[in-house]
Design a protein around this ligand. Structure first.
Ligand code: NAP
Length: 529
């Protein structure tokens, strides 16, 4: 397909009129064609009007048809072939194998949501049948199901140009829930966004759905983004990006006459806790695993291990020395955008200026544009506790080791942490009791706790939680990865004493969708299940 530089409002290609956005190949610093003229409030108005028009028919699509639609999007993305891979590589600077893997993950995600939609468990059907003879008062027939919130605004993320962008997890879960989606494309990868946007638009058409089920807008966050979030027809927002961007959207959504939820995934330093027996027994291999996780993708993962916590002593010294050796030998890698590179350099620069943190190693310096040089720092627990700046996210391959005097100080450091997406526990059998004692504080701090692994790499599955207390996310009750992400875009409705003919199909007395309902307090066991 020839890239056009146009937005998509439903099936219509529309040219913007604001300042041109051009992708920059971060590996070379060169601007890529075509230019994408930014949208205006008028374009937001058109896309929202169309999405609202589409909502009532889309929300009633039979589960099988909606599932097939999601699978068709995946098929259409795969059918783009190398053009999508080549464009995503040149717009992101990410290596080809990583982009190939990301396309696989994106399509797997869409197909997983298709399976979820078909199964219908997310409708969470609850039935309390009428008790006309109950004393002192009879009970009505009460039936509950989940319904979609309405049109959703999605902000594509820079660090996953496919899996967290136009057809990423936010879009897939909102469409699965029955919500039309309007994507505000990330300005770092407009060509990739256009290609994927057209794939979704083709799937909309092939599936015979209303054109307003999907639109794609380009433009600045402050104009197009805020106009979207404040449009009365938008009922929820999905976002992955910076803390300041996420907070700005939360504030705009809360200030509306009708406030709406913003599911923003923002900032996490993903602490790794090294327990004494594990550190003693396998410090060298822990250092290898840690540096591999730290440097993967130039550290541009929301789950990058930006903090290590351990008790000071010879075993920790050996770990730091082995990690420093590996960091020194780590090659520079291209970062996603000049802006992200500059933010990384500024974050590392701030740490270098502090007397409370010492640099123990820096990786190989790059000699091409926007190269991330790995950095490893150490600090003492008392300094970490005294200075909030030491737990600010540095997006990239930089990490800080916090040396603690004893278990009490480890607990103090954990209590002092902001909310996190993940906390990793490296432990051996002899560490189990210490780990158990810390579990209550760890559960309060993070959405995912993992043992003897590394936080980078997030499985798309039913049990995944990619969320956590603020500032990891703006809503600690949710996940943006995995099938539970659908729950963000639903709300319950109760139907009291409805005649069967008026009930939605999912709630009818004969249970025609064969859903496992909660019937009079008991989970139904279905004969064919
Ligand atoms: P970003 O600056 O937050 O931008 C993400 C999206 O939000 C863009 O579409 C942007 O629009 C919009 N936006 C940003 N600020 C806004 C505001 N005040 N009002 C309305 N819309 C706004 O994130 P980024 O460009 O991807 O990367 C910048 C930094 O974000 C990184 O250095 C890193 O610190 C952090 N980040 C974190 C994660 C994570 O997973 N935790 C992932 C990616 C990035 P524009 O097109 O106008 O920029």
């Amino acid at each position: 397909m020839t890239l056009t530089g146009n937005m998509l409002i439903g099936q219509q290609a529309i040219t913007g009129s604001r300042e041109a956005i051009r992708a920059i190949n971060p590996a070379t610093g060169t601007a890529l064609e075509p230019a994408y003229l930014g949208g205006t409030g008028e374009h937001v108005e058109q896309a929202c009007a169309l999405a609202w028009e589409a909502f009532d028919s889309y929300r009633e699509t039979p589960l099988a048809a909606r599932a097939t639609f999601l699978e068709t999007i995946a098929d259409e993305i795969e059918a783009i072939g190398d053009e999508l891979i080549d464009r995503a590589v040149s717009e992101s600077g990410l290596p080809r194998p990583r982009i190939l893997g990301e396309r696989g993950r994106t399509c797997h995600q869409l197909r997983t949501f298709a399976r979820t939609v078909r199964a219908g468990e997310w409708l969470d059907v609850r039935v309390d049948t009428a008790l006309p003879e109950r004393q002192p008062l009879p009970r009505s027939d009460l039936r509950q199901r989940q319904v979609p919130l309405g049109p959703v605004a999605v902000f594509g993320a820079s660090n996953f140009p496919l899996a967290f962008s136009v057809a990423g997890g936010d879009t897939a879960s909102a469409l699965a829930a029955g919500c039309p989606v309007i994507v505000k494309a990330h300005s770092a990868h407009p060509g990739t966004s256009e290609l994927v946007g057209h794939a979704i638009a083709r799937a909309v058409k092939k599936s015979g759905l209303h054109a307003g089920v999907f639109s794609l807008l380009f433009g600045s966050g402050r104009e197009v983004g805020i106009a979207l979030v404040t449009d009365p027809r938008i009922k929820a927002v999905g976002f992955t990006g910076s803390r300041s961007g996420g907070i700005a959207l939360c504030k705009a959504a809360a200030a509306r006459p009708e406030p709406i939820p913003v599911y923003a995934e923002m900032s996490s330093i993903n602490p790794v806790l090294l327990f004494p027996a594990a550190l003693q027994a396998r410090g060298e291999s822990l250092a290898q695993g840690f540096v591999a996780s730290l440097t993967q993708g130039a550290g541009q993962f929301c789950t990058n291990p930006g903090l290590v916590i351990a008790r000071q002593g010879p075993a920790l010294d050996q770990f730091i020395s082995a990690a420093a050796d590996l960091v020194q030998r780590s090659q520079a890698q291209t970062m996603l955008t000049p802006g992200i590179f500059q933010a990384y350099e500024a974050g590392v620069g701030s740490l270098l200026e502090l007397t409370s943190a010492q640099e123990v190693a820096a990786g190989v310096r790059g000699n091409t544009p926007n190269q991330c040089q790995t950095h490893l720092f150490v600090t003492q627990a008392r300094d970490f506790l005294a200075d909030a700046a030491l737990q600010a996210e540095i997006f990239g391959a930089a990490s800080l080791v916090v040396q603690c005097a004893d278990d009490h100080e480890i607990r103090q450091v954990l209590e002092h942490l902001e909310g996190q997406l993940t906390i990793t526990l490296q432990l051996d059998d002899a560490d189990l009791e210490s780990a158990r004692a810390l579990l209550p504080v760890l559960e309060r701090k993070a959405g995912r706790l993992l043992v003897n692994g590394w936080p980078t790499g997030v499985e798309v599955c039913d049990a995944m939680v990619h969320g956590g207390p603020f500032p990891a996310t703006s809503d600690t009750r949710t996940t943006s990865v995995g099938t539970a992400a659908i729950l963000r875009f639903l709300r319950p409705v109760c139907y009291q004493d409805f005649p069967d003919s008026l009930l939605p199909t999912a709630l009818k007395h004969t249970n025609p969708l064969q859903l496992r309902r909660l019937l009079d307090g008991q989970r139904e066991v279905l004969e064919n299940a």
